[in-house]
Write a new protein. Sequence first.
Length: 131
Amino acid sequence: MKALADADFLVALAKEDDSNHEKALAKLADLADVVVFITPFTIPEAVTVLSYKVSQSVAKEFLTSLRQKNFIELPMEKIVSEEADKIFLSRKEKGISWIDCFNTASVKIYKLDGILSFDKFYKKVGILNLI
């Protein structure tokens, strides 16, 4: 199975008081046979959130540990950003994240099985949430 990790999943793993921390840890135990992909934005977004919501030292530690993982980073290709733009422009509701649209485009273009995320947006756009 091939899955894209969203930043919120990574944040939930690192932030012990996150409402999804226990769910993320449980899912992590199930990922032995899953090839985990990220985008060029996943780690920077997760580390930034931790810097704001926890501390700079926790963010630094997490950055170092994430860079040592065996995630496969998908390339920043023009076709993916163009598809992300199309998805973003097609949405009518307020508060849509372009990064979530980029993740959606990445899952579709690279034919991944789904996403590891706590965000309800992905279900709305037909992406299987693997959590």
